[in-house]
Design a protein around this ligand. Structure first.
Ligand code: NAP
Length: 245
């Protein structure tokens, strides 16, 4: 089996996911570009290859069981194992003006859609790929979360955390909670799993508003994806360090 480490990044066709794929590729990993749209996926793969990254396309819709099974089979055929999984794909759900999701008028269908991608999508992909991750000598899982999910920060009136986002923010809080459950289950297995906040990044997601570049947003996820053995697990990080739950 190849010595080269194999990574899969979900939602890697653009934004922070693309930057994570690029950054892991620059570190010498072979990177699967998980993306649901064929044209966007292949364009990203070509761009990464032109930048010198050993990239390959992985058709992947994280909300679709069959797509996730097919992606797992593709990676098994291609590499026989997986060393790094970055669960980056995410959606905000529709916002009212001012990036507001008002809990008092919340559309439950919207909540279902956001949770389906941001939480159940992560569980679906992680569990499908676990057998391949277990074949790695250094399995690492990174769940791309957001500091807006921090209940501690939301409960502190002295911290500016932005508008009320009653679907998106709790979906990432749920994701954080699931991350902790995995870490507990993985105790003593060598699998390290953590959540990463990229900060406020100018991508499609934010209407390209935000002080940080996708490369800056990718840095914490890349660090957690390449942690040494014995590194932290079951925690939540941003560039400055640990984010309180
Ligand atoms: P983005 O540019 O909108 O990219 C999101 C990516 O997720 C796209 O590749 C998108 O694919 C993919 N995706 C969405 N649903 C999917 C599905 N069902 N299956 C597969 N892929 C799917 O957003 P971004 O800013 O890079 O966000 C990446 C992650 O960072 C998200 O989890 C987000 O919550 C988190 N985050 C972002 C910020 C920020 O300021 N930007 C802050 C905190 C956290 P398509 O192109 O096909 O739609």
């Amino acid at each position: 089996m190849s010595e080269t480490k194999i990574a899969l990044v979900t939602g890697a066709n653009k934004g922070i996911g693309y930057a994570i794929a690029n950054g892991l590729g620059a570190l010498g990993l072979c990177v699967g570009v998980g993306a649901r749209d064929e044209v966007r996926r292949e364009t990203a793969v070509e761009k990464l290859r032109a930048a010198g990254v050993d990239a390959f396309g992985v058709p992947l819709d994280v909300t679709d069981d069959r797509s996730v099974t097919a992606a797992t089979e593709l990676i098994e055929r291609r590499a026989g194992r997986l060393d790094v999984l970055v669960n980056n794909a995410g959606v905000s759900g529709e916002m009212d003006p001012g990036w507001l999701q008002d809990p008092t008028t919340l559309d439950l269908e919207l909540v279902r859609t956001v949770v389906e991608t941001n939480v159940l999508g992560v569980v679906r992909v992680t569990n499908a790929l676990l057998p391949l991750l277990r074949r790695s000598a250094t399995p690492r899982i990174v769940n791309v979360s957001s500091s807006v999910a921090s209940l501690t920060r939301q409960a502190d009136p002295d911290i500016e955390i932005g508008p009320v986002m009653a679907a998106y923010a709790p979906s990432k809080t749920f994701l954080n909670a699931v991350t902790v459950q995995y870490a507990r289950q993985f105790a003593d297995t060598g699998i390290l799993i953590n959540a990463a906040c990229p900060g406020l990044v100018a991508t499609d997601f934010t209407g390209f508003q935000g002080p940080r570049t996708p490369e800056q947003g990718a840095a914490t996820a890349i660090r957690l994806a390449t942690l040494p053995d014995g590194g932290p697990t079951g925690s939540f990080f941003e560039d400055a360090g640990v984010v309180p739950w």
